[in-house]
Design a protein. Structure first.
Length: 235
C-alpha cells in the first residue's frame, strides 16, 4: 500500500533525537519510507536505527489500519429530505422526523488520527524514550574526542584517494579505540602501510579503511618497513 501522507508523532522525533547525530537522518528516512510505501529496513541498517524503527512501527501500523478500514466503507448517501409524499399539513416536528441526514461517504485520504483513541495501539512517549536510552551507544570520553575526518583526510592525502567518513569506517575506528589504541596509532598504521604498499600495483588497492583499521591493525602498527612478499595478502 502506497500512501500520500501519514501521521508523524512528536514521540518519533523525541526518540530519534536521542540517537547519535550520524544515525538521526537515516532513522527519519527509514520511518518515512515504511509509512508511505511499506518498505522495511534490512539487516544492513545500523542496529540503533532498526531499534527505533521497531518502536515507531506499532503506531504507523495502527494508523495504516484505520486508513484502510476508513476507505472500505461508510454508509451510502441518502437524500436530505424523504421522497415520501406528504399531505402538506405536517407539523414542524413531523417534518424534522422525516428528514434524512446528509451523509458524505467520501473518505479523505489524509486521515486525522487521534493517538489517544486506542490505548492498546499507542506507544507511550516515555516508553519510547526509555527504549532509545537503552539502545543508545555509550561512548567513552576518549571516543567522543576521536576526529574521524582527520584520520580519513590523512589517509586520502597520502594515497590520493577519496574515502568518506561512513558508518562502517566509524565503527572500525571505534572498535580499535575500545581496544586501547589512540588517534596517533591510526596515523602510524597509515604511514607504515603507505610505505609498504603505495608503489606496489597489487597491494595499493588495500590502502583502504576496511583493511587498515580492521582486525590486523595491531600487526600493521608494530611492523617494521619491509618489502612486499609474494602471497602475503592482507586478509
Amino acid at each position: 500500500m502506497v500512501r500520500d501522507s501519514f501521521v508523524f508523532y512528536k514521540s518519533f522525533a523525541d526518540a530519534i533525537s536521542e540517537l547519535p547525530k550520524e544515525y538521526q537522518l537515516r532513522a527519519y528516512e527509514v520511518i518515512i519510507s515504511y509509512a508511505l510505501t511499506g518498505e522495511q529496513p534490512d539487516e544492513s541498517e545500523p542496529w540503533a536505527v532498526r531499534a527505533i524503527f521497531q518502536v515507531c512501527k506499532a503506531n504507523i501500523d495502527a494508523n495504516n489500519k484505520r486508513f484502510v478500514d476508513g476507505r472500505k466503507g461508510g454508509r451510502p448517501k441518502k437524500p436530505l429530505v424523504s421522497d415520501e409524499k406528504t399531505s402538506g399539513f405536517e407539523t414542524e416536528n413531523q417534518w424534522f422526523q422525516n428528514s434524512k441526514p446528509n451523509v458524505n461517504d467520501n473518505v479523505n485520504e489524509n486521515v486525522n488520527v487521534n493517538d489517544t483513541d486506542n490505548e492498546n495501539e499507542t506507544v507511550n512517549v516515555t516508553d519510547i524514550k526509555t527504549l532509545s536510552d537503552s539502545v543508545r551507544p555509550q561512548s567513552s570520553p576518549e571516543q567522543e574526542k576521536i576526529n574521524y575526518q582527520y584520520i580519513i583526510d590523512n589517509l586520502n592525502g597520502k594515497t590520493g584517494k577519496h574515502y568518506r567518513v561512513t558508518d562502517k569506517t566509524r565503527s572500525l575506528i571505534r572498535a580499535r579505540i575500545r581496544e586501547g589504541f589512540s588517534e596517533a596509532d591510526f596515523l602510524k598504521v597509515i604511514d607504515n602501510k603507505v610505505r609498504s604498499w603505495a608503489n606496489d600495483p597489487k597491494m595499493s588497492q588495500y590502502l583502504r579503511p576496511e583493511t587498515l583499521f580492521g582486525t590486523k591493525f595491531e600487526g600493521y602498527l608494530n611492523e617494521t618497513h619491509q618489502a612486499y612478499v609474494s602471497g602475503d595478502l592482507p586478509f
